[in-house]
Design a protein around this ligand. Structure first.
Ligand SMILES: Cc1ncc(COP(=O)(O)O)c(C=O)c1O
Length: 386
């Protein structure tokens, strides 16, 4: 079956954050929304059909996740990422953001240091700072070959830190960390007893030619001192289902984490997220393969366009995710001017780079999970204004 990602789907008036909150976020209701990380593509039919089938049944009472649910996720991870996970290591949380907040709250103490690597997904900052933990930033280094980690600084920071939250692959810079990079990072963390929370929500959006390496699959020591977050939400456009899986191979650590999650009573979850996730894991391969080719096409389109028409914008070709990190430093605009120009002159709603850390003051993140015609229109507008 050939899926059509060129189709434009009207999402307005569906209480969509991306569309229906444009006025609140950008002060302009008609920007082309290329910000919050969900896709403008149809959630695959085989998932919609499974959800609709369940919705037809008369009762929507409490539910639980049966063995077959976790086995479907484990089988997907074993098949796609060659990590021999067991369903017994897995637990549910209502979203990955909730999961790393629970990890910070349940596995560190007030005042403990937690390391993150900006520019990075904004909720990483909040998860540390809003719970009275101390934020330690280990900024990525922008090289001509792409972003890399600062191991020297990490070596110093790890001496006193308790946890590191890793974005693997990295949002927003689109790096798919290699085994060697993860090994170097992990070795520093292990030597210093720093627990790693590996947020792998984008792991199934690794683009052709790259390979996702689950942090915990690098070696047994990493597996025993880490938690890994997986979800079908980004990959299959299910973010509104608030369903994710946390994998903790270490029994003692898992018990502590699960006890904490259960103490907050957020672990019951919803029926539809469960059905959608299980169906995605069982039937999603072919659709995903075509999606990745389409996203790669969008990324190539934008990177090639920028290199040719807008060479003052610095961009690296993403290895994973459907986002690109655009650096406008060469324009000498401050953060406010840059955003104002993009919103009110180009009519585009991109993420303000500042929210990903102060390194992003002169950057914007663009979401390319939309039809190619929309991408082309956006690039035309950026060219006209910049
Ligand atoms: C790195 C990362 N983690 C987590 C999330 C969101 O997770 P959830 O919707 O499951 O809370 C996102 C969404 O963009 C993300 O980029």
């Amino acid at each position: 079956m050939v899926y059509n990602f060129d189709e434009k789907i009207n999402r307005e008036g569906t209480e969509s954050v991306k569309y229906d909150l444009r006025n609140n976020v950008f002060g302009k209701a008609d920007v082309i929304p290329m910000w919050v990380a969900d896709m403008d593509f149809r959630t695959p039919d085989f998932i919609r059909e499974a959800v609709i089938e369940r919705a037809k049944y008369d009762v929507y009472g409490y539910t639980f996740r049966e063995d077959a649910y976790f086995e479907a996720i484990a089988a997907w991870i074993r098949r796609r990422h060659q990590w021999d996970v067991r369903k017994e290591w897995m637990t549910y949380t209502p979203g990955v953001v909730a999961a790393f907040n629970m990890a910070v709250l349940g596995l560190t103490k007030e005042g403990d240091e937690v390391i993150i690597q900006p520019p990075v997904y904004p909720p990483f900052f909040h998860a540390v700072e809003s719970h009275g933990r101390k934020l330690v930033t280990n900024p990525l280094i922008d090289t001509d070959d792409g972003f890399i980690m600062d191991y020297e600084l990490l070596e110093k920071q790890a001496k006193t830190a308790k946890m590191l939250i890793l974005s693997n692959p990295h949002n927003p810079v689109g790096r798919c960390w290699t085994r060697d990079e993860l090994k170097r990072l992990g070795d520093i963390c292990m030597r210093n007893n720093v627990l790693v929370f590996s947020d792998e929500i984008h792991c199934d959006l690794v683009l052709p030619g790259h390979k996702h390496v689950p942090f915990a699959s690098v070696c047994e020591e990493f597996a025993q001192h880490s938690l890994t977050a997986h979800a079908a939400s980004k990959t299959f456009n299910l973010a509104g289902m608030a369903t994710s899986t946390i994998i903790v191979p270490n029994e003692e650590l898992r018990k502590t984490y699960v006890n904490f999650v259960e103490s907050t009573e957020i672990h019951l979850g919803n029926i539809f997220g469960k059905i959608a996730t299980k169906t995605a894991m069982e039937k999603g391969e072919e659709w995903l393969q075509q999606l990745l080719v389409y996203i790669q096409g969008n990324i190539d389109y934008v990177v090639d366009y920028i290199n040719k028409e807008l060479p003052k914008i610095r961009v690296h070709r993403a290895e994973a995710t459907y986002m690109l990190w655009l650096d406008f430093s060469a324009y000498n605009l401050d953060n406010k001017e840059l955003n104002h120009k993009m919103i009110f002159e180009a009519g585009l709603g991109l993420n303000n780079g500042k929210e990903f850390g102060k390194q992003g003051e002169k950057c914007l993140r663009i979401n390319l999970a939309c039809p190619r015609s929309v991408v082309a229109e956006a690039m035309k507008r950026i060219k006209e204004v910049f």
